[in-house]
Design a protein around this ligand. Structure first.
Ligand SMILES: Cc1ncc(COP(=O)(O)O)c(C=O)c1O
Length: 426
């Protein structure tokens, strides 16, 4: 018998079964409402192809270590010696094991009692919330917290109670109405780069007997003397019950992490669905993250450079009239507003070789779409000047003065000026 492709498979186009009405109606709605009517037949995420001298500001590799030779060597050595290891769920790991050792090492680095490596930040957040909240638990969540945290609340069947972005007084009013529960915030918000008033949130949470969860995806590696994150940097490690992080940002890998008590870590591995029902990391991912942690701790100059690059660009863009929505970090968003306005902004930037990430619903509220610029440590002064020059040049083409974000900041400035005393105090 021949083992070549059977004759009846040759030259036959593969076809999918016809979608039933309820599914085709749903898919067609996307093509009609978004692709055709909002994006005029194009796609908001797909602009120009970058040329070789383009500046890429869409990667979350804030410390520019994705090509670090020490990290690549560690991954390569592991792959060549162990291959893909044992393919299984993390619940089967025990005894002396590099993954469990790395959990301890990262936990110690973040000044936590224990920690859990997850397959991604998404798995960390959904798994954590699903295993600490249920139908009876009020879950207080900042309106701008990451979608994975909302998804965790949904899969827990818990009650989400949102509070205004970075408004601890609103959080406290909500707790007074609904009782103690879980508080969820991001340390640095992924859409606009604003920073959570962690001290106040933690004070409120502690006062009212709540469980506090802080997503440190955009501060782990970038904040703190050695990159230990914002909670540790502020001396709050012993007051925050859980910190989560995607290790696909400054750690430039593919994993997630949760800090917790030793008591909790074993419980989590047997209670959280992503931990039980999805395979764990591969050995070369663990080896590479182990090397990454050393690089992050030892190469502090990368953090210094990142923060000075980000501060310089924020200053330039604010001077140009862009409303940066309180960004105080390496995430800088140009909030163009509608999706059509965002396509115009994207094209104006990309034509001039600047490639950011488009964010629109469901990642942002409707009509608050934006192009997000993620700053990194390897941008040099020439590149920073080029980005600022392009942002200056495109203001009219992108109609920046008419964006509602610009109007908001102009109105705030007017309000501040009108509330000044008429004569300056002597
Ligand atoms: C704040 C925050 N949390 C969680 C995640 C999810 O992380 P991952 O990409 O590792 O699943 C992201 C990624 O977009 C994020 O920005």
């Amino acid at each position: 018998m021949s083992n070549s492709t059977p004759a009846n498979y040759q030259n036959k186009p593969f076809t999918s079964p016809r979608d039933p009405e309820f599914l085709s109606r749903r898919i067609n709605r996307y093509y009609r409402d978004r692709v055709m009517s909002t994006w005029s037949g194009g796609h908001i995420m797909r602009g120009l192809t970058p040329s070789s001298d383009a500046i890429h500001l869409s990667s979350n590799d804030y410390l520019s270590i994705a090509q670090h030779p020490r990290i690549l060597q560690a991954a390569a050595n592991s792959l060549l010696s162990e291959g893909n290891g044992l393919l299984m769920s993390g619940i089967f790991l025990h005894g002396a094991n590099p993954q469990l050792e790395l959990e301890q090492r990262i936990a110690h680095f973040m000044q936590a009692e224990a920690g859990i490596l997850c397959q991604s930040g998404w798995c960390a957040n959904t798994g954590l919330i699903q295993s600490i909240a249920d139908e009876q638990t009020p879950v207080y969540i900042d309106m701008l917290a990451h979608m994975s945290l909302w998804e965790g609340i949904r899969s827990a069947g818990a009650r989400p109670i949102s509070f205004y972005h970075n408004a601890p007084e609103h959080l406290e009013r909500q707790i007074l109405k609904q009782g103690p529960g879980v508080i969820i915030v991001d340390s640095v918000y992924s859409t606009n780069g604003s920073i959570c008033p962690l001290q106040e949130v933690v004070e409120i949470g502690t006062k009212h007997g709540c469980v506090i969860v802080v997503d440190e995806s955009h501060s782990l590696g970038t904040h703190g003397a050695q990159g230990e994150g914002m909670v540790a940097m502020l001396g709050l490690s012993n007051k925050v019950h859980f910190r989560t992080a995607s290790l696909a940002k400054a750690f430039a890998g593919r994993a997630g992490f949760i800090t917790c008590s030793r008591h909790f870590s074993d419980y989590f591995k047997f209670e959280s669905n992503p931990a039980i029902f999805s395979s764990t990391l591969l050995p070369h991912e663990v080896a590479s993250l182990n090397a990454t942690l050393s690089v992050i701790q030892e190469e502090g100059w990368r953090r210094t450079k990142l923060h000075s690059n980000a501060a310089q660009l924020r200053r330039h863009l604010s001077d140009l009239g862009y409303n940066l929505n309180d960004s105080q970090s390496q995430i800088i968003a140009l909030e163009s507003g509608t999706e059509q306005q965002t396509i115009v902004l994207r094209d104006a930037l990309e034509k001039r070789g600047i490639f950011g990430s488009v964010f629109c619903a469901p990642a942002t509220p409707k009509n608050r779409a934006m192009v997000r610029l993620s700053i990194n440590a390897s941008l040099d002064s020439g590149e920073l000047e080029r980005i600022a020059a392009v942002c200056a040049e495109i203001r009219d083409e992108a109609d920046m003065w008419s964006w509602s974000s610009t109007q908001r900041s102009l109105a705030n400035k007017m309000l501040r000026v009108s509330s000044l005393p008429e004569t300056a105090p002597i």
